[in-house]
Design a protein around this ligand. Structure first.
Ligand code: HEM
Length: 155
């Protein structure tokens, strides 16, 4: 009898969790449960980060200051790998499959001004999405710490 009760409780818990996942997908919050308070979760989990990266890369690849850098890039792949990178670095549950940042940017002649424009495009995107000032600062300063791996020419 006790065994049957255990099975019943298990089935009930699985259904409740399934409904919650469905609900969270509907409102675009990524996976459930969000028991952690990571930056990844605060940015909206998988769907929130994917939407943010989508808007960021669209803006950067249309930005007259840096669009030339993206002219020959497969933007769909770039978005997917950048979203994994943001996820992992914002303490999310992802696996990063791309190259290291130094390797990824070697030979691209990215300048300080290019880097600043790319960050500026993200900042505008975060503001438009009404991400809180604290979360904006946390993400932007995370990216700033990688400046030295990305910028490989002066100017
Ligand atoms: C902290 C800032 C940055 C991060 C975290 C970042 C992240 C990445 C990652 C993860 C990749 C590998 C993508 C792949 O394998 O498909 C990559 C490649 C690349 N990044 Fe960045 N990036 C940053 C800054 C920049 C800036 C400032 C530019 C230019 C303005 C830029 C332009 C590119 C280009 C052109 C590629 C090559 C894409 C390809 O060949 O498919 N990145 N970046």
């Amino acid at each position: 009898m006790r065994f049957v009760t255990l099975i019943a409780v298990g089935v009930l818990a699985a259904s409740v969790s399934g409904c919650a996942n469905y609900y969270y997908d509907l409102i675009g919050r990524g996976e459930w449960p969000h028991e952690d308070n990571s930056l990844y979760s605060r940015l909206g989990g998988q769907q929130g980060v994917a939407a943010m990266v989508d808007g960021w890369v669209d803006a950067a690849s249309a930005d007259p200051r840096i669009k030339g850098q993206f002219a020959k890039v497969d933007l769909t792949r770039f978005k997917a790998v950048l979203a994994q990178w943001v996820c992992v670095n914002a303490s999310g549950p992802c696996v990063y499959t791309g190259p290291g940042l130094i390797d990824a940017h070697t030979g691209l002649a990215i300048s300080e001004a290019d880097f600043n424009a790319f960050i500026d495009d993200l900042k505008k995107n975060l503001e438009a999405k009404q991400v809180s000032t604290d979360d904006q600062e946390q993400l932007l300063s995370l990216l700033q710490t990688r400046r030295g791996s990305v910028v490989q020419v002066k100017g």
